[in-house]
Every structure is written in structure tokens, then in C-alpha cells.
Design a protein around this ligand. Structure first.
Ligand SMILES: [Zn+2]
Length: 347
């Protein structure tokens, strides 16, 4: 089977340690590069993770329900509606969830979906029941867009949960994008799959990636039905990255209700892990094509986000912003082991 292009190199940092009478100290650094994603990272096993429970009350005080445009009192007054050609009722509603146009769009079609009228849902309460309607209303919207036949090829469901990840409101909400062209990162993934197919005599990159990762038993977290959960080899965030692939699903519309349940079950376990480990925030994207494309399997990526105390330092820095490399003090293989315990535990 053709290799999938994971590279790593070891290097060592050296200094005389002020905390040990200036004795020589060596620290291992692993430089990683993933040819599929193009993500370069530095894995630093000596760094620590957030030790204190995050202060979510401070956010609630600054952004109470009384001034929230997604809470019932202001919702109808302050949220945009669709034009009648898309939906005469103005907003998509599924159960408790509601989807409407983004008031600050960054594409021709950019929407926001709230899960319910609930203003704040802590990480440990993001259960399948709490999330089901929110993802379902995005699916209903994508069906409507496909039905309109305007040539959209790519769709994604995205989530900035809480302000450290870029969330502008604490009221939990998803954002969708549909587009005719892929985003920069998705274009890279499709090109990687095409290159792999050409170089391997027709093999599928995503199928082989999952087979190789499952056999290696280093970063393969678990399976929930049709979904394989992995810790990314070279993560896109300082606290690592969790990926989930819907096996053999080559279009958003291949996903069944059962597949959504499998995803919600896995997500709730990842979020509970984040809660227990003092994270307060994450970015999530679920990427898909809207017509079948064998070079792109439907999949999602989750990057935990956090503030570094005591002064609320950002987890983004010049190395990521301006050199396009990630400093990651969480070892992906360790993250995998820790998450496995959450996937084997019974509810
Ligand atoms: Zn609210």
C-alpha cells in the first residue's frame, strides 16, 4: 500500500537549567509534516496543558441572555430572514433549532443555526440530544439549496464554541457555508487525494489513510458505526486535533440519520473529554461535497481552543500566524490514548 506522507524528524533543545543549579538540560522536539493537509507542526512533549477550570461565568456576566440576539426576547427582532425564493417562512426550523442568514456574511450563502433557545450550554452538556436539532436544521437547509439547483458543490457546517475560538456570542450556534469552489484547505485535500490516486495506480487516499492508521494503533481512537475517529498526525492547533471520517461517504447527502447519531455520540464524548481536561472552547468543521466525489470523503475536524493563564494569553502566536507552523505541546499519540478511554466508557 502506498505510504500517505507522514514525516517526522527529531531535534533537541539544550540549555543550562536555572531551576536545577544550572545543570545541562535537554528537551526533545519533534518536527512533523503531513503531506495530505500540508500542516507542519512542532510536537513538544515537555509542555503542559491548562491546569485551571476556565472561568465561564466571566463570559456570562459580559454577555447575559438579556442582550443576546439568539435568545427568545430579541430573536425575532434582531435576526435576518431568508428571501421568499429560498424559504417563504423566512427561517428554517427543525425541532428546537432554527437557521437563518448570517448578518455578517463572508460568502454569498452563509447562515447561522442555533441549537435551541438555551443561552449557554457547558461543554459537558453538549449531549447528542442537545446537538441533534442544530445539525438537522443545517441538513434541511442543504437539501433546500441542492433542490434549487444553482450549482453549489461544497458545503460545510462550522462551529466556534465560546470566545477563545472566535465565537462572537456565547449562545451556541453553528455556521454553514455552501460554495461553488472549495475553500483553500478543502482544495488542498482534494488535490492530495488526486495526486495519491495518480501515484498509486488508482488507490483511494482516504480509504488507505484509515486502514494504515487503524493498523498502526497509534492515533486511531475508535469507531462509531460508519465513522472512524483519529488524532491528527500533525495537528492544526496547540492542543492537538481530532478528526472523524465517514467511511465511503462521498457526498453530504450520503449521510443517513444513523450516521448523524453516530457523529453526535462521538462528538459528545470528545466534548466531555475537553470539559474534564479544563478546555473551554473549540473550532469544528464538517466538510462535504454536495455531489459524489470519490476524492473527498465527508469528514470533520475538531481543534480544542483555550486561553493561557494567568493573563489570558492567546493560543495563537507568530509561529502559527506568520510561519504557518503549529506549536503543539500535546502529543497526538497521547491524546489518542486519553480519548480512547472516553469512547470505551458506557454512558
Ligand atoms: Zn442567548
Amino acid at each position: 500500500m502506498k505510504e500517505i506522507g507522514f514525516h517526522k524528524e527529531k531535534t533537541t533543545g539544550r540549555y543550562l537549567n536555572p531551576f536545577d543549579d544550572f545543570q545541562p538540560k535537554e528537551l526533545p522536539i519533534e518536527v512533523r509534516y503531513d503531506e495530505i493537509t500540508g500542516v507542519a507542526s512542532r510536537i513538544l512533549p515537555y509542555r503542559v496543558r491548562p491546569a485551571q477550570k476556565p472561568d465561564t461565568d466571566a463570559y456570562l456576566e459580559k454577555s447575559p441572555s438579556s442582550i443576546c440576539p439568539f435568545c427568545p426576547e430579541l430573536f425575532d427582532k434582531l435576526t435576518p430572514r431568508f428571501t421568499s425564493d429560498i424559504l417563504p417562512e423566512g427561517k428554517f426550523k427543525t425541532g428546537e433549532a432554527c437557521l437563518f442568514p448570517n448578518a455578517f456574511p463572508y460568502d454569498a450563502t452563509n447562515t447561522v443555526a442555533i441549537f435551541s433557545s438555551r443561552h449557554f450550554i457547558p461543554l459537558d452538556q453538549l449531549t447528542p440530544d442537545a446537538m441533534r436539532d442544530g445539525f438537522a436544521v443545517c441538513r434541511d437547509y442543504f437539501h433546500r439549496i441542492a433542490e434549487m439547483g444553482q450549482g453549489y458543490q461544497h458545503c460545510s457546517i462550522n462551529w466556534n464554541y465560546m470566545p477563545p475560538s472566535g465565537g462572537g456570542l456565547i449562545h451556541p450556534h453553528l455556521q454553514t457555508i455552501v460554495s461553488k469552489k472549495p475553500t483553500n484547505f478543502v482544495r488542498r485535500l482534494i488535490a492530495s487525494a488526486q495526486n495519491y490516486e495518480n501515484a498509486s495506480g488508482g488507490a483511494n487516499l482516504w480509504r488507505n489513510l484509515l486502514v494504515i492508521e487503524q493498523e498502526a494503533c497509534e492515533r486511531f481512537i475508535a469507531t462509531t458505526g460508519a465513522i472512524s475517529w483519529l488524532a491528527a498526525f500533525s495537528p492544526k492547533g496547540m492542543a492537538g486535533e481530532v478528526d472523524f471520517y465517514f467511511r465511503e461517504k462521498t457526498s453530504f447527502f450520503d449521510l443517513t440519520q444513523t450516521n448523524f447519531e453516530e457523529m453526535l455520540e462521538g462528538l459528545s464524548r470528545v466534548f466531555y473529554y475537553l470539559y474534564v481536561n479544563n478546555f473551554m472552547s473549540f473550532n469544528l468543521s464538517l466538510y462535504a461535497t454536495m455531489t459524489p466525489d470519490k476524492n473527498f470523503w465527508v469528514h470533520g475536524r475538531i481543534v480544542p481552543r483555550f486561553e493561557i493563564n494567568p493573563i489570558g494569553t492567546s493560543d495563537l502566536n507568530y509561529f502559527e500566524k506568520l510561519h504557518d507552523e503549529i506549536i503543539c505541546p500535546v502529543v497526538p499519540e497521547q491524546l489518542c490514548k486519553e480519548l480512547q478511554a472516553y469512547f470505551t466508557a458506557q454512558e
